[in-house]
Structure formats: C-alpha cells, structure tokens
Design a protein around this ligand. Structure first.
Ligand code: AMP
Ligand code: ZN
Ligand code: FE
Ligand code: FE
Length: 300
C-alpha cells in the first residue's frame, strides 16, 4: 500500500445485510472510502459472508480490511448476564471448517427462534408470516430480532426499534425466545484455532442495569474470559462513557489484552449510529487496527 494511514481512523465493528445491517458490503466499503477511513472490519452476527465479500472489495483499494465476525456466546457459568455475550473474532481464515460448522449451527438456531417468536406474537394477536420476516434479508440469511422489530414498527405496534425490544422482543418480554449460544470458551477457541483474535464486544453493555456492582462484575467476568483465552476488549464503543472506557483500558493493560473499537454500524437499521464516528465522538485510531492485524498474523 502506497499511502500513509497513520493518523487515520478505522471502524472495526460493522454489520452488513448478510446479518441485520441494511447496507451491502459494497455500500459499506464505498462509504468507508468516502469518509476516508483507513481500515474496516465487517463483523456480522454469526456469518462470514459479508466479511468475505468486503475482503475482496477492499483488495487493491485505498483501504485495509480484516476478517470479522460477532458470535453470540453464553457467558461463563456463574455470571448472570441475560441473553448472549458477543465475542468478536478478527483476522481468522474465513473458510476454516470448524468455524463454518458452528456458524451454520447458529444460523439454524436463529431460524428456529424466529419461528417461535412469530408464534408468540401470534398468541398476542400480532400476525406476521415467515415470508414477512425472510423477505427482509438476503436469501439463505436468517433474520435477527431487529428485522422483526421493523415489522412491529411498520404495523404500528412499536414506535421505534428500542420500543419494539422494550415491549416485545427484549430479554424477558412477551415475545422473547432464547436461542442456542456457543459456550464462550468454545467461541474463543474456535476463533483462535482459525488463526484469529477473539475480542469481547461492547463489555459495557453486558448485564448493564442487571447487576448491582457493574464495574466489579465486569472485572470478574473479564478476568475469567482472559483465562479462557480472550485476547482483546472493545474499549471504544458509542455507548461506553469515559468512565467505562477508562475501566476497560485499565483492565486491558493489567491483563495484557489488546484494545479495539468500532461503531456497531447497522445502516438505517440503527440510524443514530454512523460509520466511523458512531454517535458523533467515536475515533478509533489506525494503530489499533495494525496491532490487531499483527496479533492475528502471529496466531497463524
Ligand atoms: P439478535 O442477534 O437477533 O438477537 O438481535 C440482536 C441485535 O438486536 C443487536 O445487534 C442489537 O443491534 C439489537 N438489539 C438488541 N437489544 C436491543 C434493544 N434493547 N434495543 C434495540 N436494539 C437491540
Ligand atoms: Zn446487529
Ligand atoms: Fe453485539
Ligand atoms: Fe454488533
């Protein structure tokens, strides 16, 4: 690459329409180029199809790209985190067979969960068909809860995505259905064995408002995850305030973990979040990308 990216910004947490984002990988790469981002990673929920395409699209262009994925995992035993914890993987081989097998399993679990969510909504007098849900995603890619949220908004049952989760789809709400999650140690091992770097996604959101002493909970959780092989923490994230960023940076340095950052861009599925800048003040330096890439190379 014949350009100097030092001083430039990156975005390492981006969803495409291979999961629940609204933009294609091509639209994301074009947008990233127009914003002058030096590197991106597409980190779709439980699929590598979008990231695979982005790797190809970025080849030979003025932007770097590293493979990414966001896996829905179960927290370690004894940690009362409702729902899933999200484990990001970076720099792994996209055609790794054991990883592909587990991702296929997770996609199947999503599909089954969607059917059950529709049954629950049906019993609440809200009728959507499987075709309503499937029509919103690319063929072969099961929808996520945000797609069902869109239908609820369309038909006037919720005013926005947050409201749809609050009324129906969120943990413990009337249309909530659990889905299979990979045990976290297995998710970490899968990513590492595929040559990649596992990173805990948006730690500040885990069990937020659920446990009494949140900082103490996060410290314990992250120490356990570091013991099972997590290699990084997503420190720079739109919903992390300065205190959370400081807490996570300190833990990362104490446990010799990498730090990463990204917007969790979902296109118009989450319109308040912009690529690169998140909700306005996100700045993820290029140096975090190079450190991540180096760690992934060393893992091979
Ligand atoms: P799923 O992968 O189908 O379980 O859906 C998870 C996605 O839904 C996440 O990526 C979030 O973007 C979105 N989400 C989860 N909880 C909420 C919430 N309370 N409000 C709005 N969006 C949410
Ligand atoms: Zn998402
Ligand atoms: Fe996530
Ligand atoms: Fe995400």
């Amino acid at each position: 690459m014949g350009y100097d990216a030092n001083g430039s910004l990156v975005d390492l947490h981006v969803h495409s329409n291979a999961s629940d984002g609204s933009c294609s990988p091509e639209q994301i790469v074009s947008l990233a180029l127009s914003l002058g981002l030096a590197a991106i990673s597409i980190t779709d929920h439980d699929t590598v199809d979008g990231t695979d395409e982005a790797l190809r699209l970025c080849g030979g262009r003025n932007i770097r790209c590293i493979s990414g994925v966001e896996i829905s995992a179960a927290p370690p035993e004894g940690f009362p985190a409702p729902g899933s914890i999200h484990i990001l993987g970076y720099g792994f081989s996209v055609d790794d067979a054991p990883l592909s097998k587990v991702l296929t399993l997770l996609q199947g679990a999503r599909h089954q969960r969607n059917t059950r969510i529709l049954e629950r909504l049906d019993s609440l007098g809200i009728h959507f068909t499987q075709a309503d849900v499937d029509g919103q995603t690319l063929p072969g890619h099961p929808a996520g809860r945000p797609h069902i949220a869109k239908l609820l908004i369309r038909d006037g049952y919720a005013k926005d995505i947050d409201d749809a989760f609050e009324r129906f789809l969120g943990y413990g709400k009337p249309a909530y259905v659990d889905k299979y999650r990979v045990p976290c140690d297995e998710a970490v091992a899968l990513i590492r064995n595929a040559g990649g770097v596992p990173v805990l996604a948006h730690p500040g959101l885990i069990a937020k408002g659920v446990v009494e002493d949140h900082p103490a909970f996060l410290k314990d959780l992250i120490r356990v995850l570091a013991d099972v092989g997590i290699m990084g923490l997503e420190v720079l994230y739109p919903e992390h305030d300065d205190d959370m960023r400081a807490l996570l940076s300190e833990l990362a340095s104490e446990l010799s973990l990498l730090t990463t950052g990204g917007s969790d861009f979902h296109g118009n599925a989450k319109p308040e979040v912009s690529l690169g800048t998140g909700t306005g003040d996100l700045r993820v330096p290029f140096s975090l990308f190079t450190a991540l890439e180096k760690a992934a190379r060393n893992g091979r």
